[in-house]
Every structure is written in structure tokens, then in C-alpha cells.
Design a protein around this ligand. Structure first.
Ligand code: NDP
Length: 462
């Protein structure tokens, strides 16, 4: 039977766009649909605008440090409207670039929400198309728990478009990537930030010692850390600020904006997946095998909608592998081992490989190397911010199985070291590498003595 398309992709985010372009490059007739804006979460309301806001907020530290280097800065003010609008201009530019990339690859873009009518038929905005194969790349969305008054809260989606001026006080609920990143952004931009955590520390799942360093640095940077605090209800008079946040333990505090960052869920509802025989996992994400194939034979899924590792470069890898395997006669599976990642809080945290806790659980004897120091830049300015680095080495093989860093430029550094970890580098090879002086990074090749005792906070690990 002749179909309209060889491949139809639902969702033009990072994974969907990469898969469609590569498949078209292999000669497939490809269509793609998108119901919001081409580029997806990362480009439109995630990584890219977030990182630009991080840059914007970090100028606050530069102005504070500048006088010690001889600069007179005078009174410093900030315009949220300027930052917000300039960031959106860049988002618009990238959105246009993504549309052009699809066009030049010969992928037919159909704006509108895609819905599967059966395994080979997709409906978009009232039009139907037939297709041999389907890729679901619909991503995820923030979810707010149903506490009374939750309708007063925003998520990261709205945070990029806040009216000017920013509220004086912001409460962020959650302690994951998004919560700590936005806490740093709003703190840098001069808001009073309350970070509300249901447990004792931020960033569960990261190396325990690094979590502690980040947690303490956020507090020292001026963010009010409300630990072991659960919100019972949010009250507001006529839906307007100030908002009163009542906690489960009977406390109450006020704020002018409530932002929830308590996790994201896969976008699997209302797109006809059940009709096509696509099964979901317990969390509502598309269940896929190691080739990203769903339970329906001609339907695959990549990116956050599969809830594997929810990061843009991982979605891109999965989309590329899918297209090469299915249309390029180059079968390859996405490799989810040693995926580096970074949290752009301030100071930032970046990591590749195993945490000390994971390595302790899964490997034999370890050698753990750490370094904590005040970065050179702050010796002159007096800023009380320290850098922390950690190498985890499997004693039996001498392989470096985990590298972690909290501090300026951690993400840039760890990206390079991720190549070494992926290549299976040993501690001896790290030691044989000459440092670049003076840098923070040279510490990673000059750590000589393994720590004798376990990390102080390891006992507190959940
Ligand atoms: P995360 O899953 O990272 O964190 C969710 C946070 O919310 C946790 O601290 C969790 O607490 C807390 N939480 C969950 N439910 C509740 C609740 N009912 N009440 C109070 N707190 C709650 O989610 P995010 O939304 O921050 O990010 C989603 C994903 O997006 C990330 O996993 C990541 O993959 C991706 N991302 C990546 C970025 C990057 O690479 N830099 C940036 C932003 C997002 P606890 O852990 O204590 O249970």
C-alpha cells in the first residue's frame, strides 16, 4: 500500500527535528507536526532561554566583585523587561532557524496538534495523512500537584514571560534542576527567593557530597532554604498577591509569586496512542525498547515522552539513532551510559559517571579524591564561594568512574572530562596529563591523595 509518508513525526522539539532531518537525509518522505512552536521545550521554554537568564542574573556577581578589581560601578539597576524581551528575540531567531532546517532537509511541516487515528493514520488540524512509520516525540510538561490554591502558581513555562517589574518575593517549590536554576536566576535579579523543599537538601539523585555543597552555597548566596517543608494550601485575596503559603506543619509565609518546579510528566494524553496499540509505563510515558520502538511495531518514541534520561542531547541521540537504524541501514542503539549533565544553579553543578553512592553500591573498593578551594578570581574580590571537585576511581581497575564539580564553569569542564570517562581513562592517565596553569581544571589532574574517610554527609544519603 502507498502511504503519503514513510515517516510522520509528532512533535518538533530536539528529538523530533533531529530524527526527521536525518531520516529525510536517508531518502525518506517525512512529515512532522507541532502544536506550539518548532524547537520544543529546549529552545522555546527550557535550556536556551533559561541559560540566557542565568547569564543575565550572573552580572549581579560581577558588579559585586568589580570594585576589588578597581572598577567603580556606581548605582546598578536592572530592567527585567529588557532581559526578558531580548531573550525572547533570541528564541524567535532560533525558532526560525529550526523551521528553515526542516525546510532545507525536505521535511514537510504541518502546524497543529497531531493525533493517531490508527497505526498508519495521523490527523493534524482536520487533515489526515497516512504514513508507514510514526515517531512520537511530544516531550513533557510541568505538573503542579493539586494543592488547594495551585491555580495561583506558575511553572517554568510562564517564568520566561513575567510582567515587568519582577515581584519583590518569589517562592519556588521543588528542589530539582528547574527549581534551583530559577532560584539562582531570580536571586541574581534581586528578588527575595524562598526555595521550598520537602526533604533536607536540593538535587536528590546527585552525588551526596555535591548536593550538600550546592545546598549550602545557595543558602550562603542569599536564597532562603525552607527545608522539610510541604505546602498544604495557597491563599490569596481575589487571586492577587501577596500569596499566603500554609505549610503542612501549620506554618505560614507570604510571597508575591509562587512557582512550582516539582517535576515534569510525559505528553502522552489525547494523541490516540492507545488506539494505535502503544503502551505506556506506570508513569504515563511511552514504553520503548532499547531501539526506541514502542509496543506497536511501526511506532517509535524518543525524548522526554519516553522518560529515560530527560535531556536535550539524549533526545537528539535517540532521534538520530532511530533515523539511522530505521532509514539509514546503520543500526545503532542510543547509549545511555556516562551521560554528562549540568545544573545551571549558581554555583553550577556538573557531573559524569557514577555518584559515590552508586559506585559504592555497584563496584568494589573505591578511591575517592576531592578538592575544595576558593577560586583564584575570588581571592581578590573576597567572594565567599568555593569550588568543589571529586573523582571516583574503581580501585581494582584504576578507572575513573565518576567526575563531579560544583563551581564556576563546571559544565564546560565536565564536558571535556566526559570524553575521558567515556573512553575509560584511568587515574594514572589523569595524573599523566599536564595541567593548564592557573585554572580550576588543573586540580582534576593533580589530585594525589585519596580520601581516607567516607564523605561526611554520606550517612545522610536517602
Ligand atoms: P526534578 O524531577 O529534577 O525535580 C523535582 C523536584 O520536585 C524534586 O526536588 C522533588 O523532591 C520535588 N517534588 C516532587 N514532587 C513534589 C511535591 N508534591 N511537593 C514538593 N516537592 C516535590 O524535576 P524538574 O521539574 O526540576 O526537572 C524535570 C527534568 O527536566 C529533570 O529531571 C531534567 O531531566 C530536566 N531538566 C534538565 C536541565 C538541565 O539539564 N540543566 C534543566 C531543567 C530541567 P524530591 O527529590 O526530594 O522528591
Amino acid at each position: 500500500m502507498a502511504y503519503d509518508y514513510d515517516l510522520f513525526v509528532i512533535g518538533a522539539g530536539s528529538g523530533g527535528v533531529r530524527a526527521s532531518r536525518i531520516a529525510a537525509g536517508h531518502g525518506a518522505r517525512v512529515g512532522i507536526c507541532e502544536d506550539y512552536r518548532v524547537g520544543g521545550t529546549c529552545v522555546i521554554r527550557g535550556c536556551v532561554p533559561k541559560k540566557l537568564l542565568v547569564y543575565g542574573s550572573k552580572f549581579a556577581h560581577e558588579f559585586e566583585d568589580a570594585p576589588a578589581y578597581g572598577w567603580s560601578t556606581g548605582p546598578v539597576t536592572h530592567s527585567w523587561a529588557t532581559l526578558r524581551d531580548n531573550v525572547q528575540k533570541e528564541v524567535d531567531r532560533l525558532n526560525g532557524t529550526y523551521v528553515r532546517l526542516l525546510e532545507s532537509a525536505g521535511v514537510r511541516l504541518q502546524m497543529g496538534r497531531g493525533r493517531l487515528l490508527d497505526r498508519h493514520t495521523v490527523e493534524v488540524g482536520g487533515e489526515t495523512f497516512t504514513t508507514d512509520k510514526i515517531l512520537v516525540a511530544t516531550g513533557g510538561r510541568p505538573e503542579i500537584p493539586p494543592v488547594p490554591g495551585h491555580q495561583f502558581a506558575i511553572t517554568s513555562n510562564e517564568a520566561f514571560h513575567l510582567p515587568d517589574p519582577l515581584p519583590r518575593r518569589i517562592a519556588i517549590i521543588g528542589g530539582g534542576y528547574i527549581a534551583v536554576e530559577f532560584a539562582g536566576i531570580f536571586n541574581g535579579l534581586g528578588c527575595e527567593v524562598d526555595l521550598v523543599l520537602r526533604r533536607d537538601r536540593v538535587l536528590r539523585g546527585f552525588d551526596e557530597e555535591c548536593r550538600t555543597v550546592v545546598h549550602e552555597a545557595l543558602a550562603q548566596g542569599g536564597i532562603r532554604m525552607r527545608t522539610e517543608t510541604q505546602i498544604a494550601r495557597i491563599e490569596a485575596t481575589e487571586g492577587k498577591p501577596p500569596f499566603r503559603l500554609h505549610t503542612q506543619s501549620g506554618g505560614m509565609f507570604e510571597t508575591d509569586l509562587v512557582m512550582y518546579a516539582t517535576g515534569r510528566v510525559a505528553n502522552t494524553a489525547g494523541i490516540g496512542l492507545e488506539k494505535a496499540g502503544v503502551q505506556l509505563d506506570k508513569a504515563g510515558a511511552v514504553a520503548v525498547d532499547e531501539w526506541s520502538r514502542s509496543t506497536a511495531e511501526n511506532i517509535w518514541a524518543v525524548g522526554d515522552v519516553t522518560d529515560r534520561i530527560n535531556l536535550t542531547p539524549v533526545a537528539i541521540m535517540e532521534g538520530h539513532c532511530f533515523a539511522d537504524s530505521v532509514f539509514g541501514k546503520k543500526p545503532r542503539k542510543p547509549d545511555h551510559r556516562n551521560v554528562p549533565s549540568a545544573v545551571f544553579c549558581q554555583p553550577e553543578l556538573a557531573t559524569v559517571g557514577l555518584t559515590e553512592e552508586e559506585a559504592t553500591r555497584t563496584l568494589g573498593e573505591l578511591r575517592v579524591f576531592t578538592a575544595a578551594f576558593r577560586p583564584m578570581k575570588y581571592t581578590v574580590s573576597g567572594r565567599q564561594q568555593r569550588t568543589f571537585m571529586k573523582l571516583i576511581v574503581e580501585a581494582a581497575t584504576d578507572k575513573v568512574v565518576g567526575v563531579h564539580m560544583v563551581g564556576d564553569d563546571a559544565a564546560e569542564l565536565i564536558q571535556g572530562l566526559a570524553v575521558a570517562v567515556k573512553a575509560g581513562a584511568t587515574k594514572a592517565q589523569f595524573d599523566a596529563t599536564v595541567g593548564i596553569h592557573p585554572t580550576a581544571g588543573e586540580e582534576f589532574v593533580t589530585m594525589r591523595s585519596a580520601r581516607a574517610e567516607p564523605a561526611p554527609r554520606q550517612a545522610a544519603a536517602e
